[in-house]
Design a binder for this molecule. Structure first.
Ligand code: SAM
Ligand code: SF4
Length: 336
């Protein structure tokens, strides 16, 4: 078991399987894409699988495949099936921008619901012009196609929207309306000031709640546990689906966070906003034994900060230079 000093037990891994993406969301990716790096800077899928297996031996039970855009990873289907052979792993879910989703689910066929326990689809607006401006690509129809395919296969779907002032502000309430007739969750994620997002203004949860209530009526707290994350859910009168909020900035949830993050570069981070972590690539490539790698993972988990960097508590200490994270600062490299 990987415990930190405050008793949190790390059982959830967000696995960024690539840092590449086919969108350029204004709050995540630089317009020109990411800096090119040689293949050797990234873990091979076999190496990633070994690390996942070791993390599961240490207590990880749920894995979220993320990125970059995870569906750009060529051998994702092979990897997904291999993950399911790890005996103690209970659940695999996916976070995607949805562009390639219909095609991917088609390839998985009828087995898709047993391979993916849930899919989060990033959709910031249902207005084609605003979508094209925020994602810098006109691909709304492809995303909606993926959403429809996941729903038709019976896979639980959550829509993730990042509200950004002067961008999707005017369509947030319309987006919430998608939960009126569909059994799905529409979730609003507060913008985190990382990488290119530092120049943008997010919209706090309380403001969005007020906007939604002014159109659809009172949001009633809903105790239903949907998924593994820190979202808080509400129901609305006559709505089939739920509305969720992830409020890392205005209502922090660090005290109950049991996540670790493994990047495609092999860097294991104890916190999304942390400046420190453990570069597992040299260990894996220098012939370290499973026990040596697990010991290093355990030490990393024990160093999980009590609160996120945006709150000022996850900065590296004076002796942390060797653990300082030197990878991408945008969310595309960390997995969201
Ligand atoms: N490409 C996939 C997608 O968009 O769902 C997976 C990776 S993306 C980095 C994961 C999540 O992080 C998405 O829901 C995205 O909207 C969110 N995200 C990216 N940058 C963010 C930021 N600065 N603040 C809050 N959420 C962010
Ligand atoms: Fe790509 Fe997801 Fe980042 Fe958008 S949020 S640029 S889809 S990785």
């Amino acid at each position: 078991m990987m415990l930190d000093p405050s008793g949190r037990s790390m059982d959830y891994l967000r696995l960024s399987i690539t840092d590449r993406c086919n969108l350029r969301c204004v709050y995540c990716m630089p317009e020109g894409g990411v800096e090119w790096k040689p293949h050797s800077s990234f873990l091979r899928l076999e190496e990633t699988l070994r690390l996942c297996s070791l993390l599961c031996e240490l207590g990880v039970r749920r894995v979220k495949l993320t990125g970059g855009e995870p569906l750009l990873q060529k051998n994702l289907e092979w990897f997904l099936r291999a993950l399911h052979r790890i005996p103690s792993l209970e659940q695999v879910t996916l976070t995607t921008n949805g562009l390639l989703l219909a095609d991917f689910l088609g390839r998985l066929g009828d087995g898709a619901p047993s391979l993916l326990a849930g899919i989060n689809i990033s959709l910031n607006t249902n207005d084609p012009a605003i979508f094209a401006k925020m994602a810098r690509r006109s691909e709304l129809l492809a995303v909606l196609d993926g959403l429809g395919r996941a729903k038709s296969m019976g896979i639980p779907v959550k829509i993730n929207c990042v509200p950004v002032r002067h961008h999707n502000e005017s369509t947030l309430v319309d987006l919430a309306g998608l939960a009126a007739n569909e059994v799905l969750a529409v979730r609003f994620i507060e913008l985190m000031p990382m990488g290119v997002a530092t120049g943008l203004e997010g919209i706090p949860t309380d403001e969005i709640m007020a906007l939604i209530e002014s159109r659809f009526g009172r949001l009633s707290p809903d105790d239903a546990k949907i998924g593994n994350g820190p979202a808080v859910y509400y129901s609305l009168p006559n709505f089939k689906g739920k509305i969720g909020f992830i409020s890392a900035m205005s209502h922090g949830f660090c005290s109950s966070c049991t996540r670790l993050r493994l990047g495609s570069d092999g860097f294991l981070k104890p916190c999304l906003a942390s400046d420190t972590g453990l570069d597992l690539k040299p260990l894996v490539r220098s012939g370290a034994s499973d026990d040596e790698i697990k010991e290093a993972m355990g030490r990393l988990a024990a160093s999980k900060p009590t609160g996120h960097l945006f709150a000022g508590s996850a900065k590296p200490g004076p002796n942390d230079e060797d653990r300082t994270y030197k990878g991408p600062v945008g969310m595309y490299g960390i997995g969201g």
